[in-house]
Write a protein that binds this ligand. Structure first.
Ligand code: FES
Length: 698
């Protein structure tokens, strides 16, 4: 008997001398990889052995602890060549007491190293294992399946064979002398390739209503091998979710059209990914898909109409698993997994974002917000989690604003307004310089200044408020027209001119301010509702997810009152959290379980039926907020003086305040807001009265 210790796991035991390191690992339950089952082919089982005394283990390892290397270890046949100093665990026989180190590359459950997607702390825990076996045809009447089964028995026990793999098995057996690689998932052979294969990949997809983003990952190492994205072709049926649901309601067969459109885009995206990685499509074994409930239903071919009306019933909130070919994807061996939803407006993209950011893991409250045409909001700590969706409308994405546009070259993304002159400085996507720096005019000549994107919108409105161009209620101060050419009359209201180069004038109108106010009030009311339900105090970890959140400046978001007041470094952008969560669910069985568990535990708060939502909405219309104190923000910027606010949220005239240009009455009642939840619809921004000539709804 010899004493065998494996590091870094610390597994150890007394074993018979003469067994291989791979056999010892199996006996002691050590995580040592193999594809070829110990035939000196795959090179996955590499281990390291150091000689000397190991006080910790009370072992002295001599140079003869392992058998001498044989030619099979250095053979060119080994697919993953031996690293210097390494031995093949399946060929090296243990002769004496030994400490064997299993490097990370030889572990099945290894930390992901490369991080083009932030996968900090993710340990790969794959759903599928590859096995390279030789299936010899003998004249005893056994079928190909029986022969394969018996070849796999030593490693996998009695396996089933998925009918999808059968034709490939038969073909494979007639090539390469019966050498085949089988992929085994939950005791079933799901793929068979002729010869030796040691790459298995999966695809994680976030299907957004605007864009579809996907990552191709190595399921063994967790490495992200390729990334691609494209516009969601469903846009041609409607910009936002509800218009797509309407399309389905109005057009018989429209649901099928939408389903086929997204599936076709997905298939093309997968081709792009496999081409980038230089792989065949049949290397894809797993595909994880997340999206909001409407995207979820349209992908799966479920009727989305129930999601457009109360009670917003999901077809299913549970994960959906099946063969990728059932989704019309040309992936012969892949299994698809669509993540669980929470409720009719909070979908699998939100649960995936939770998995990435972990509002259910920490002891402190975490607020996770994904802003789109709907904002999905999660507030949680490890004890309790709440989720809601709020109808923010398309304004944050630049839609329906006079000069709003998507974040492409030429769009204004940064704004500063001098409070004394009211003159703006801007920065434009694709140009390094600010507009008042040398070289700006030349640099911007190629694209021109074409509009304002989402992050620019947030900044310009916040800067207009800080500079006094708009007041707490969002009214453009027409009296400033006498002071600056940047404020100009516009019918019965006033407009701020952000940029005018003679060719194009970029403006922010009173209606634009109002649209942003409505969107931000809906978002903030949703947040405040969750904080109320949770009884949370000290929410100091605020994460802004999604494309919009990725570029938003936390300070300006706080000036607007998009998020509650807290120390500024507590607010941060986390990028595409849903996509990151999808990758995690792709790479790890245990993380997928965590995702499902988290989705089950979340308490859904329905904004449509919450009596307090309207009251919170009214308070949230003001900049930064009509009722909530903002001590952290006040320590960072000079906020314009607050006005007196009535207990019902209505604002009283500030004593001595002159009338503003274009406004007949400075006292506005909360009744101007109409956000009655109706039996048949979620409140939408279109239900709000926002006639700027009638003054602001505060
Ligand atoms: Fe494949 Fe050792 S197990 S080379």
């Amino acid at each position: 008997m010899v004493r065998v210790v494996f590091t870094p796991s610390g597994h150890q035991g007394e074993l018979d001398a003469g067994i291989t390191a791979l056999e010892a690992a199996r006996i002691l339950g050590v995580d040592l990889d193999t594809v070829c089952g110990g035939r000196a082919i795959c090179g996955r089982c590499q281990v390291q052995v150091a000689t000397g005394s190991f006080a910790k283990w009370g072992i002295t390892v001599g140079p003869d602890a392992l058998s001498a290397p044989t030619s099979s270890e250095t053979n060119a046949r080994v697919k993953r060549p031996l690293q210097a100093g390494n031995r093949l665990g399946c060929m090296a026989h243990i002769q004496n007491d030994i400490v064997i180190d299993v490097p990370a590359e030889s572990q099945v459950h290894r930390q992901v190293v490369r991080k083009s997607v932030d996968l900090t702390g993710v340990v790969v825990d794959p759903f599928v294992a590859l096995s390279f076996v030789t299936v010899t045809s003998v004249d005893d009447g056994r079928s190909a399946v029986e022969l394969l089964r018996s070849a796999l028995r030593a490693r996998h026990g009695d396996v089933g064979v998925d009918p999808r793999a059968l034709p490939h098995l038969v073909q494979a057996l007639h090539r390469e002398g019966g050498d085949v690689t089988a992929a085994v998932r939950d005791g079933v052979v799901v793929a068979v390739w002729p010869g030796f294969v040691d790459t298995m990949v999966g695809v994680a997809v976030d299907i957004g209503s605007t864009t579809i983003a996907a990552h191709l990952c190595d399921l063994s190492s967790g490495e992200v091998l390729a990334t691609a994205g494209r516009m969601n072709p469903q846009i041609r049926f409607g910009e936002d979710l509800m218009s797509r649901v309407s399309y389905v309601m109005m057009n018989p067969g429209g649901d099928v059209e939408l389903t086929l459109a997204v599936r076709a885009a997905l298939d093309e995206l997968i081709s792009e990914l496999t081409d980038q990685a230089g792989l065949a499509r049949n290397a894809v074994l797993e595909i994880v898909l997340v999206g909001n409930p409407v995207m979820h239903h349209l992908l799966l071919g479920y009727d989305p109409v129930p999601l457009g009306q109360s009670p917003f019933t999901l077809a299913t909130n549970e994960p959906v698993v099946g063969s990728a070919s059932a989704l019309g994807l040309d992936l012969p061996f892949a299994t698809f997994y669509v993540g669980p939803c929470i409720a009719g407006h909070v979908g699998a993209d939100t649960t995936a974002a939770m998995l990435a950011e972990g509002p259910h893991r920490g002891s402190e409250w975490q607020l996770l917000v994904d802003v789109g045409t709907n904002a999905e909001i999660v507030l949680g700590n490890r004890d309790r989690q709440f989720a809601a969706s709020s109808p923010t409308g398309p304004a944050f994405e630049g839609a329906q604003l006079t000069c709003g546009q998507r974040a492409t070259a030429g769009a204004i993304e940064r704004v500063r307004i001098d409070p004394s002159t009211l003159a703006p400085r801007i920065r434009v996507i694709g140009v390094e310089q600010w507009s008042d720096e040398p070289g700006f005019a030349a640099a911007v000549a190629k694209t021109g200044v074409t509009g304002i994107c989402g992050s620019g919108i947030i900044e310009v409105i916040a800067e207009m408020y800080l500079a006094g161009v708009i007041d707490q209620d969002g009214v453009v101060d027409g009296s400033l027209a006498a002071r600056t050419s940047h404020v100009i009359p516009d019918g019965r209201t006033f407009t701020y001119v952000l940029h005018d180069d003679g060719e194009r004038r970029i403006v922010v109108t009173q209606n634009d301010v109002r649209a942003i106010q409505l969107g931000k009030a809906a978002l903030r009311a949703g947040i405040d509702l969750l904080i109320d339900h949770a009884g949370a105090t000290d929410v100091h970890d605020i994460r802004l997810a999604g494309a919009f959140g990725a570029h938003i400046d936390p300070l300006h978001a706080m000036v607007l009152g998009l998020v509650p007041d807290c120390p500024l470094d507590g607010v941060r952008s986390v990028g595409n959290a849903a996509g990151g969560g999808a990758v995690r669910a792709l790479l790890s069985r245990s993380l997928r379980s965590e995702l499902e568990d988290a989705a089950r535990r979340v308490v859904k708060i329905e904004t449509a039926t919450e009596p307090r939502f309207q009251e919170l909405f009214v308070q949230a219309m003001a900049f930064p907020h009509a009722a909530a104190p903002t001590p952290n923000l006040a320590a960072l910027v000079t906020l314009p003086p607050r006005r007196e606010v009535a207990a019902d949220g209505g604002r009283r005239r500030r004593p001595g305040r002159p009338e503003r240009g274009g406004r007949s009455d400075d006292v506005v009642s909360a009744e101007l807001i109409h956000l009655e939840p109706t039996p048949s619809t979620q409140p939408t921004l279109s239900t709000l009265s926002a006639d700027p000539t009638q003054g602001p709804p505060t």
